[in-house]
Design a protein around this ligand. Structure first.
Ligand code: NAP
Length: 413
């Protein structure tokens, strides 16, 4: 059986093996130190390999052939061995092209700002010019445009593309651009990072109702094109199937993203979430139950004894454990969304469902805060947070089965 791999300096958070192995490729992750690169390229046993940070440019001098696209982008991310020769291609271009097409935004005439000028940044710059961008500017840490003067130098940016690792797991709360509000014309933010699914940068843009693209679709696109090259020992874009990309993307979303259920106390979110977990064969976690296991007190007992803030601290620590898991269904306490860090963590790592039930139908049993503040006040305090964090609002005013089916029919883009 032919052997393939990914080379890079740090690979523990890569999804590439999941994608290629699920498509039947014998694929492994090979961490290579900078001083080992030349030896690896000349003496490896693989039939083909992908290249990631920081070797997409460094590998070029060791190859026998580099495709015109890869030469233009000055970055190679896919190599195939053919008749003993090493042929280099750039499939990131295809992955990013189909991601932008899927977003529906026309790049023609747009002012594009690319953060980072490494392998992916260069490739995206070429692509943006080819797609008719009016201008392409790069932000780098030591260049003319840097992260402190970018707001003054490029206030007219229509599109921002993050091609740096800034904001990648585990740096979930970091963002290369601290204030997207300073770009009045901003219409699209594309973050090449795919882990987390939505970076802090994308969440800020989403809050402003700006179109966002996560790097996950691009990852699948570049992988499918790499497989095409390995199978055919050459490249031909027209033969890469978008339906294959969509099928793998859907599978990857299911295996990597969690499903979070938020809503008022007594709205039925635990019942809906439990049923969704059953139907999708996923692990179910009720954060109130986890708190009970941890403290030997139910949430209401804990709040009555110690107050709300100490309870939120315990709840936050339980939720930060949940977000490290993959493909689980989590029902969160009604007030969990009050903390902005919690809102960010769940929005970054999964799909958030807001279970909406009319106030007069909410149960007050074992709900000390509902009793203390009154349901209407609690709702007025929390409503905007449910709305802010939700991908999907699920009505739960009729029957649970209907709410479950509505949640299951939601499709993430
Ligand atoms: P690269 O060649 O190493 O370039 C990364 C660039 O980011 C560097 O030029 C550097 O620019 C900048 N940078 C590095 N660390 C930074 C930090 N802490 N803060 C701000 N800037 C920093 O890497 P690459 O291959 O272009 O990949 C860049 C990003 O795109 C990575 O996150 C990668 O995972 C992602 N990517 C995703 C896909 C996908 O399929 N979704 C494909 C390719 C790449 P300066 O030093 O000049 O500032």
């Amino acid at each position: 059986m032919k052997k393939y791999c990914l080379i890079g300096e740090k690979l523990s958070h890569s999804y590439s093996a999941d994608i290629h192995m699920s498509e039947g490729f014998n694929y492994t992750l090979q961490e290579v130190k900078p001083h080992q690169l030349e030896d690896f390229v000349k003496n490896n046993v693989f039939d083909g390999f992908n290249i990631t940070i920081p070797y997409k440019q460094a590998i070029i001098p060791f190859l026998d052939y580099v495709s015109p696209c890869a030469l233009k982008a000055n970055a190679v991310n896919t190599v195939v061995k053919k008749d003993g020769k090493l042929l280099g291609y750039n499939t990131d271009l295809f992955g990013s092209y189909i991601s932008i097409k899927k977003s529906g935004i026309d790049i023609k005439g747009k002012n594009v700002l690319i953060l980072g000028k490494g392998g992916a940044g260069n490739a995206l710059g070429c692509l943006m010019s080819d797609m008719g961008a009016a201008s392409v500017n790069y932000v780098t840490r030591k260049g003319d445009i840097d992260y402190s003067n970018v707001y003054e130098k490029c206030p007219n940016a229509d599109v921002i593309i993050n091609a740096t690792p800034y904001g990648m797991y585990p740096m979930l709360s970091e963002s290369p651009i601290l204030d997207v509000n300073k770009f009045d014309n901003l219409a699209l933010v594309f973050d090449l990072i795919y882990n987390p699914f939505r970076t802090s940068l994308l969440l800020e843009a989403k809050k402003r109702k700006i179109k966002t693209i996560s790097g996950l679709y691009m990852l699948v696109g570049q992988a499918v094109k790499a497989e095409y090259i390995w199978k055919n020992e050459e490249t031909d874009e027209s033969d890469v199937s978008i339906s294959t990309v969509n099928r793998i993307y859907k599978k990857l979303l299911n295996s990597k993203l969690n499903m979070y259920f938020v809503g008022m106390p007594g709205s039925g979110k635990s019942s809906v979430a439990r049923e969704v977990a059953l139907k999708t064969n996923r692990q179910f976690i009720d954060t109130d139950e986890e708190i009970k296991k941890k403290c030997s007190l139910s949430p209401s007992e804990f709040i009555n004894k110690y107050g709300e803030e100490p309870f939120r601290d315990i709840e936050s620590s339980v939720i930060s454990e949940c977000v490290k898991k993959k493909s689980v269904v989590v029902s969160l306490g009604g007030g969990a969304v009050l903390r902005s860090l919690t809102r960010s963590l769940i929005a970054q790592t999964g799909i958030v469902y807001y279970i909406n039930r009319d106030i007069d139908k909410l149960s007050l049993a074992s709900r000390p805060l509902s009793v203390k503040y009154g349901l209407e006040n609690l709702y007025n305090q929390r409503f905007r947070f449910y709305e802010e964090v939700a991908d999907c609002v699920v009505d739960n005013n009729s029957c649970i089965n209907k709410a479950v089916n509505n949640a299951l029919s939601y499709r993430v883009e």
